[in-house]
Design a protein around this ligand. Sequence first.
Ligand SMILES: C[S@@+](CC[C@H](N)C(=O)[O-])C[C@H]1O[C@@H](n2cnc3c(N)ncnc32)[C@H](O)[C@@H]1O
Length: 253
Amino acid sequence: MPIADDLWDKAGSPTPVPFSSPPTAMSVAGRIETWTQKWATGRTLWHKNDVNYALLHHETLLLRSPGLRVFVPLCGKSVDLKWFYDKGHTVVGVEGVEQAAVEFFSEHSLNYKTEQLTWAKLYKTNDDRLNIYCCDMFKVDIATLGKFDVVWDRGSLVAIYEEDRKSYVSILKSLLASDFRYLLSVTQYTPNENFSGPPRNIPTELIEELFGEICKLKILEKFYWTEEDELIARWSLKSMDETIVLLTPKNSP
Ligand SMILES: C[S@@+](CC[C@H](N)C(=O)[O-])C[C@H]1O[C@@H](n2cnc3c(N)ncnc32)[C@H](O)[C@@H]1O
C-alpha cells in the first residue's frame, strides 16, 4: 500500500478527517520516526486550523475555574493549545516531533525559549505558561509534569499502538489531579482488512476497561461519517464516528 494512501495524507477533505498508516509501516521501536517522516513531508492532515468543536461545545464542563493546569498528550501543533493559553490557563503538551513545536510557536508568533532536559527538549513561552515537551510520551518524567485539572486527548489514544495503550493510560492516570476533567475524542468503527487505523477503533467498552477503575464515563456527543464519505468508502468501512467522552473521578457526585 503506497504511503500516499494514508488518509491523513490527503488534502482538501472536510473536517474532521480520519487517518491511517499501513499497519506494517510502523513498529513500536520506530514510534517517533514514522511521525517525523509525516511532519517532514507535510502529511499532517489531522491538523486543523480551527479550535476543535468539542472544546467549544463543552468548554463549561472542562474549564470550571481560572488558572487551571491543562495537559495535551501527543499535541502536535494543535491550535487548541493556544486556545487554552489565551483563556489564561497553564498548558503542557507532549510531542515527539520537534518540528511540530517549532511550527506551533512560529505560526502563533509566540516568543519562546528552550531548555534541554535529560528526557526531553522543552519549548516554552517566556511567561512559562505554555510548554511543549518534545520527547516520546512513554519516556516523560511524571514528577516534572505534575498534576493536571484538565486533559484534552484528541488524535492521541487513537494514534498510539494497541500494545502501548496500558502504559499510556497508566501515565495519564498518574497525571490527574483529584478533581480532573478528561475530554477524550475517539473514533469508533468496525475495522476490516483494508483499514484498522490509525485512527484506531476505540469502542466505549474499551474506554471503560482502560479508565473505568478510577473514572466515570459520559458520552457527550457523536459526529458521524457515512458510506457516502469518500474517505470512508476508500477503506470499505460501513461508517465511522467520532465520539466525545468526558471522564471524571469515579467518586465525584
Ligand atoms: C494524530 S496527531 C494528533 C496531534 C494533535 N493531538 C491534534 O489533534 O492535532 C498525533 C501526534 O502525536 C505525535 N506522536 C505520535 N506518537 C508519539 C509518541 N509516542 N510520543 C510523543 N508524540 C507522539 C505525532 O508526532 C503527532 O504530532
